[in-house]
Ligand binder design. Structure first.
Ligand SMILES: NC(=O)c1ccc[n+]([C@@H]2O[C@H](COP(=O)([O-])OP(=O)(O)OC[C@H]3O[C@@H](n4cnc5c(N)ncnc54)[C@H](OP(=O)(O)O)[C@@H]3O)[C@@H](O)[C@H]2O)c1
Length: 276
């Protein structure tokens, strides 16, 4: 996929210009140069480096990974992902339901990201992350946004939970991810980050255990890219198969809610896959 460095949102043009330097100071490389990291033969994703932090890599390794990332949704999840991705050197444009959103202003300021409109964030991102409530998805994905993400990797983090967070609105025969893919027929939709509680996107290692990050999708290139982002963020990114596997992933967050609230384990919890 070609890099689109010219499509900077207003206010951030210098950072998005061809050859501009990212927050980490490296020359920003084209997305076409992106290559997978830490993938053992057999395609199993691994992690390396410091516990809880960014896997250690040389500057040369890192510069090939840097991307423009658009995030739609500046709440609990969008704000944390924006900050972490910016810390990793990616260039982030973030949007909310309105450019007047106070959450958008504070998320952008805290992350060092550009606050913009949803369509500009969608146009800007080589990868576009949808961090809006499932119930807001149709409104968020208006025709301009749908057009802007055609052909792109789009990450759906939504969970179709009921308002009290204790049940699913849909499941068994479909998933939020499949519904999103239906709204974005020309995008490469990947399900990821939905099984991690918002603050824990900044804490991949909890109690000395690295959280797993299940990643589901039908497009292998898009899925590889999201697996690599997850690894970069410090998770154990796991390819869990096609997008329809989201039917299993979305209830996982329901279980976390049950554990966190009803079983009083609190919010500093997450899942890890044990294996030999
Ligand atoms: N919270 C968690 O721990 C967690 C964990 C994993 C996955 N998730 C999933 O991640 C998604 C976001 O959750 P959250 O807790 O971050 O939600 P949140 O704090 O309520 O934030 C939602 C964001 O979406 C924006 N938004 C709403 N309607 C929109 C529209 N039509 N167009 C553009 N933006 C719109 C809101 O804009 P305003 O700022 O203008 O209101 C807000 O910035 C949900 O689908 C949730 O199921 C949540």
């Amino acid at each position: 996929m070609a890099a689109r460095r010219g499509a900077a949102p207003a206010g951030r043009a210098a950072r998005a210009a061809p050859g501009a330097r990212g927050a980490a100071g490296q020359r920003r490389a084209g997305v076409g140069a992106h290559r997978p990291l830490n993938v053992r033969a057999g395609g199993r994703a691994t992690v390396s480096g410091r516990a809880g932090g960014v896997p250690a890599r040389s500057a040369d390794d890192r510069k090939d990974l840097l991307m423009n990332i658009g995030i739609i949704g500046a709440g609990n999840v969008g704000s944390v992902l924006a900050r972490r991705l910016n810390e990793l050197g990616h260039s982030v444009a973030i949007a909310a339901s309105s450019t007047e959103s106070p959450r958008l202003a504070s998320a952008a300021a805290a992350a060092g990201a550009t606050a913009t409109t949803a369509v500009k964030a969608a146009s800007y991102g080589d990868v576009v992350i949808l961090a809006v409530p499932f119930t807001a998805m149709e409104a968020a994905l208006n025709s301009d946004v749908v057009g802007a993400v055609a052909g792109k990797t789009v990450v759906d983090v939504s969970n179709p939970l009921t308002e009290d967070l204790m049940a699913l609105e849909i499941g068994h025969t479909t998933s939020a991810a499949e519904a999103v893919a239906g709204l974005l027929p020309e995008a490469r939709v990947v399900k990821a980050f939905n099984t991690v509680l918002a603050p824990n996107h900044a804490r991949p290692v909890l109690g000395g255990v690295r959280q797993s990050l299940p990643v589901a999708g039908d497009d292998p290139v898009a899925k590889r890219r999201v697996l690599d982002l997850g690894t970069e963020l410090g998770f154990e990114a796991i390819d869990v198969g096609p997008l329809s596997t989201a039917r299993y992933l979305e209830p996982v967050t329901g279980l976390l809610m049950q554990l966190g609230h009803r079983q009083a384990l609190g919010g500093e919890i997450g899942f890890a896959l044990a294996r030999d």
